[in-house]
Design a protein around this ligand. Structure first.
Ligand SMILES: Nc1ncnc2c1ncn2[C@@H]1O[C@H](COP(=O)(O)OP(=O)(O)OP(=O)(O)O)[C@@H](O)[C@H]1O
Length: 498
């Protein structure tokens, strides 16, 4: 028996195949889009802190990944036998097929999204928190764009799987590509020729969508973003003065009272009490693991506490007692007065330097785009990066990234800046440029708390130094007291050794 090429080529124009191809494409796209949205919600539910929500998501994923699609299809199609009210919808093969596919695929797509969500650096959540971004805004502007980029290749792959799975919908009589082919070869027995045509139409659908998805992937690829086309907006004059404006007032900006925090058996903070006055530059030093980072992170609630009280401008801010851990209700609005700079920068990788700096003010309701951009440019100029405003973080050096992070915190017009080991992740040659910016801020009178291992910098810039050991504040002295302290004192010895 010869392979009938003429018959095969005639199938390229067979209208039923084209109708079935459109149907498969439509069913595939609808399943993928609905499943992608529901899958994302399910992935979020899987990570929820609420146990019943987490349990529901886990059970759903377990159940519908275990069930064969064929079983589900037949089940959904026959559901009207028990629920006649569903008849008008479920007795239509397209809708029954769509529902079964969505129910099944949502479970797989949720796991793909979960992988995307897990891949987003935890520092991104922390940076959002420090900028006072609420959960919905955080997921919308920061986490989702990054998670989708990671998940997109797998999401695209799942689309191909869905297209192929649509062939199963033929069991409930949907006239999709395979069923059209089956109807043909059961009449003319040209099985191979018909199946080659069937394959062609599936490959066509998959190829068209693969093309569009790979274009989308390319557009979302952060490493390919250059931002070169965006015009650099005009800057206001650099903010900040160069003269020494440091004045230490009596006003207490932040106060920690009897703060305790343990991680299991490890007491990271032990009855810590501390006051930061307006205009003061307070450096926190101490050996590794002494509790410095934990301490600074408690101030803006990046770290909860077991016991104690933290006040901001003399008002309640954070409290932990027998009733539990509590932040003030308007925490997200007020946390912006605490500018936070992280050891690992935590810039938003999908935003340019300028967008990183404008994000906070725009999120918090400043609608004057031009004014926000101009102020942001001034902050970038202040840290010496106006010329790099349109670069993405991956195009910047470590020192430049950290300076953008400083500009981002400054854009919220903070009352106090918190620096958590701002130079620890930098190559030695890049440390100086960041310290210079911090020194500039100090000379402008900015209130700052700095956790650092840079002892020469501590001596130069601080007007108070706190030393920690095993969670305890063991030394708390002014710069003058430090200067006069004996060479064999605990702090002097530590500073010499570090
Ligand atoms: N999330 C956590 N889970 C468990 N233990 C933690 C956690 N965070 C901190 N610790 C522990 O608490 C102690 C204090 O840690 P912290 O990071 O505050 O120290 P540090 O003085 O900042 O150290 P380094 O200078 O090395 O950064 C350490 O023993 C650390 O292992």
């Amino acid at each position: 028996m010869n392979f009938d090429w003429n018959y095969l080529f005639s199938l390229a124009l067979y209208p039923d195949f084209w109708r079935a191809t459109a149907l498969v494409a439509w069913l595939g796209v609808l399943t993928w889009v609905i499943g992608t949205v529901l899958g994302f919600l399910l992935a979020l539910a899987r990570q929820s802190s609420l146990r019943p929500v987490r349990w529901f998501a886990k059970t759903y994923i377990w159940l519908f990944r275990s069930l064969p699609l064929l079983v589900l299809l037949i089940f959904v199609y026959n559901l009207p036998q028990f629920m006649p009210a569903l008849g008008p919808v479920l007795s239509v093969p397209f809708w029954a097929g769509l529902i079964a596919l969505v129910v099944s695929e949502t479970a797989y797509l949720a796991e793909i999204h979960r992988a995307g969500l897990i891949a987003v650096d935890p520092g991104q959540h922390e940076a959002a928190h420090a900028l006072g971004v609420r959960p919905v805004g955080k997921y919308r502007h920061i986490i989702l764009p990054q998670a989708v980029r990671v998940a997109l290749p797998s999401l695209g792959n799942e689309f191909i799987t869905i297209v192929k799975l649509t062939s199963l919908v033929s069991v409930i009589s949907l006239a999709e590509i395979l069923l059209v082919g089956q109807r043909l070869y059961t009449r003319n027995f040209m099985v191979l020729e018909t199946l080659v045509a069937v394959s062609f139409y599936y490959v066509l659908v998959v190829s068209v969508f693969t093309f569009f998805l790979s274009r989308l992937e390319g557009r979302l690829d952060i490493s390919r973003m250059t931002g070169a086309e965006i015009a650099i907006p005009a800057a206001n004059a650099p903010i900040g003065a160069t003269s020494n404006q440091r004045r230490i007032g009596e006003e207490i900006v932040v106060e920690l009272a009897h703060v305790d925090k343990s991680f299991g058996d490890k007491r990271a903070l032990a009855d810590v009490s501390l006051k930061v006055r307006k205009g003061e530059v307070l450096s926190i030093i101490g050996p590794s693991g002494s509790g410095k980072t934990t301490l600074i992170r408690t101030i803006n609630a990046l770290q909860d506490i077991d016991k104690g009280r933290i006040t901001l401008d003399g008002n309640d801010w954070i409290t932990a007692d027998a009733k539990g851990y509590r932040m003030v209700p308007d925490f997200h609005d007020r946390v912006t007065c605490l500018g936070m700079v992280f050891q690992s920068f935590n810039l938003f990788p999908h935003m340019t330097a300028l967008q990183n700096v404008t994000f906070g003010p725009r999120y918090h309701g400043n609608r004057d785009r031009q004014a926000v951009r101009a102020v942001a440019m001034s902050h970038l100029a202040r840290v010496g990066l106006a010329a790099h405003a349109n670069k993405y973080p991956h195009q910047l050096s470590g020192g430049q990234k950290q300076r953008v992070a400083i500009a981002r915190a400054l854009a919220m017009d903070p009352e106090i800046m918190l620096f958590d080991e701002p130079t620890s992740a930098l190559d030695p040659e890049l440390v100086g440029e960041v310290l210079q910016v911090i020194e500039g801020l100090a000379s402008e009178g900015m209130t700052m708390v700095i956790v650092t291992h840079e002892m020469r910098f501590v001596s130069r810039i601080s007007n108070r130094v706190v030393m920690m050991e095993n969670g305890y504040v063991v030394v708390d002295m002014t710069a003058e007291e430090l200067e006069k302290s004996p060479a064999d004192s605990r702090i002097q010895k530590f500073m010499r050794q570090s």
